[in-house]
Design a protein around this ligand. Sequence first.
Ligand code: GLN
Ligand code: ZN
Length: 769
Amino acid sequence: MLTNNLGYPRIGSNRELKKACEQYWSGKTTMAQLAQTGSEIRRKNWELQSEAGIDLIPSNDFSFYDQVLDWSLTVGAIPKRYHEVIMGKSNGELDLYFAMARGYQKDGLDITAMEMTKWFDTNYHYIVPEFVGDQQFKLFSTKILDEYNESKRLGIKTKPVIIGPITYLLLGKEKEADFDRIDLIKNLLPVYIDVLKKLEEQHVEWVQFDEPFLSLDLREKDRAAYTYAYSEIRKAFPKLKIMLATYFGSLKDNASLAVSLPVTALHIDLIRNPEQLESILAVLPDNVSLSVGVVDGRNIWKSEYQLALQLLEVSLSYIGNNRLIISPSCSLIHSPCDLDTEDDGTILTPLSPEIRQWLAFAKQKVNEVVELKQLLNNEKDILPKLDENIRCAENRRSSTLIHKTEVKKRVAGISQKDENRLNSFSVRKDAQHKALKLPQFPTTTIGSFPQTPEVRSWRSKYKKGDLTLAEYDALLEKETEETIRFQEACGIDVLVHGEFERNDMVEYFGEQLAGFAFTRNGWVQSYGSRCVKPPVIYGDVYRPTPMTVRWAEYAQSLSSKWVKGMLTGPVTILQWSFVRNDQPRSETCTQIALAIRDEVLDLENAGIRIIQIDEPAIREGLPLRKADWDGYLQWAVRAFRISASGVGDETQIHTHMCYSEFNDIIQNIADMDADVITIECSRSQMELLDAFADFKYPNEIGPGVYDIHSPRVPSKNEMVRLLEKARSVIPAGQLWVNPDCGLKTRHWHETKKALTEMVAAAKVLREYV
Ligand code: GLN
Ligand code: ZN
C-alpha cells in the first residue's frame, strides 16, 4: 500500500513566491534571487511530504506562474510573437516565460500576453496554449528534468508530474481556422517520448500524467487519441510506472476507456464522486493499481476518517494491499498551505478554536493521507487519532455554531410567490419608466470607483486601530460625496456610491453574514502571483443586521438623481467561498439568497429605487458535464430570483455579469428576470450581444462599451460605433450605456476621461431617436 500526493501548493506558506515574483518583475531583485526562492519552496515542500511519510511525492508541481504554461515551454509551443524575446538579450528562458504570461513591453517591443482561463471548475486560471495548423513541437525547457534531479540531490526521489498529452491539447486553442488541435497528437507525442527518455536515464520510477479530461464529455476522436497516445508511450517504455490521474468528476462513460489504457495506476476522485468506486473496481484490470482520492484537495474541511476508511476497505476487498494507493482527491494547489500558520505569534487568527478544529489545509491533508494508511494497517498508537477525528466530526455535526433551526425552517417554507416578482416584465417596465423617468440610452456604471492607495490605507489603518470608526467613516463619506459630485457633473443618469467601504465584493458581505468565518493566512493561488483568501462558509447563513443600507442611504441623500444599491448575488458569494460540505451547495445558496433578499427589501424601504445584484460567477459555476447543467442552473437561477423578487413593480432590479459567453445559457439568464442586465462586451466588439439578439431577450441590457481592464481611454466615437452596433441588433428602448465592469482597479484620471466620453457617446445616440 502506497501513499501518494498529486501536487503541493507552491506559493509558499507565507506567499513567498508572490513577493519574490513581484519584486523580480519590478526590477528590484535578480533572477538568481528569484530562482533561490523557488528552490527553497521546493525543498521545503519535498521535505515536508517526505517527513510526513508520503511515498509518491510530486515534482514539477512547482511553477513560477502556471503549470500549463510550464508545459507549453517544455514542449516548445511558443507562439511566433515571442520569438523576438528569445533572440533578445534578456534573462533567457525565464523572461520569455513571463513575457508569455504577462505580455512584454521593453526594448521597443510591445507583445500581448497569452490568454488566461479557468482551470476546469476551480478558481485557478491557466495560460491557454496556442496552436497553429502546422504546429511543431520540440523539447525546449528542461524544467521537469531539472526539478527531478534537484529533488534527487536532496535525497528524495520524486514522481514528476506531466500534463497528459490529450489534456494538454484539449486545454489549448486553435489560432487558425480549419484544423482540430487533437490531430496534433502525432506531432506532440515525440516530445513526450523524448522527455520520458531523459527521465528514465535519470532512473525515474513513477511518472504522473494528469488527464482530468477523462472525467469530461469526450468526442470519439478524443477517445481514440487517448488509446493511441498511451499505447505509444507504453511501447516506448515498457517498465515505466505510469499513474494516470483523473479528478474533478466521475469517469462515467469514459471508464472503460480509462481502464483500457496501459498504465500502472489509475487515480480517481472519490470526494466529488464516491459512487464511482465500485464500478471502477469491478472493471479494473488485475495489473493496474488504484489510487483513491479520499482526502478533499479542493476544500478546507478535515477528513472524516470513518467515511474515508469505508471507501478504502471496499477498495482493499477488491484489489488487496499491493494495488492500493491512498491520495488526496486532486492536487493540493487548490487548498491553502498550512493551518499551523494561522497564528504567527504576533497576529491572532480570526478563526475561533471550535471552527479551527474542523479544518485541514495542505500540510494537514498530507498527514491525513498517511494516517489513513496507518489506520488501515492497524498500526499501534494510531487509534487515539481515530478517536480524536470521530470526536471532531461529531462536534461539527451537532455544533450550535452551525445549525440554526430558524434558517432551516425559512428555507423549507419558501413558496412560489417568493420566487416571482408581482408582475411580468412588460408590466414592471411601464411602472419603472413612469417612476424613474430616465432618458433613452440611460448611462450608469457597474458599481466600484477607483480604490486608490489612500482608500486602502484608511481601511488598513482602521483595522489596525490607527483610525477610529468615526474618522474612517468621515473619510469614506468624503470620498463617496466626491464620487457622487463627479457623476452628477459628468451627466451620468444612474449613480453609484463607489463601494469605497468594501475590500472585496464577497468578503464584505461574508463579514456581515452569520455562518461565515475568515482565515488570516488561508491564501490560494488564483493566477500567477495573484492569490485569494476565500471566506469559509461553515454554518447556516442569515443576515443579523442590514449590510449596505447605511451607505446607500447616505449616497442617495446627496443627490436628486437615482443612486443604485449594490449587492453581491447568492451564487457569486457561494462560488468564491470555501463552502460547507455537510449539505448540498444548493441549500447553502438558498440560505444566502434569503439573506440578500432581506437586504434588498431594506434598501427598498430606505427609498432606494434601483438595486443591482451582481452575479459575475453564475457561468463559472456550471458543472463540467453538460448532463449536470440543468440541475445547477435550476437552483442557481432560483436563488437569484429569491433574492430579487420581494420588491414592488416600480423598483428596478439590475444584475451584472462579466467574462461570459451567453449562447448556451441565454434562456436561464432570461429566467433570472432582472429588469436590467449589464454585461462585459467591448473586448468582443459586441459579439456577445448576439446571443441576446437571437434570443429576442425581452428585458433591458447594458452591453459594456469600454474595457475597464485596460488603462486605455476610449474615444466618444469608438463608443458610438459600438453602441450603433448594439442598436442594430437590440431595440433602442432596451439599451443602457455603461462600462464593462467595476472601475476599482483604474486611476481617477482615466476614469473621469473615459466616463465623460461615454456620456457624450450616449448623447450622440439620443440625437438619432
Ligand atoms: N459591483 C462590482 C464592482 O463594480 C462588480 C464587480 C464584478 O463584476 N466582478 O466592482
Ligand atoms: Zn464585472
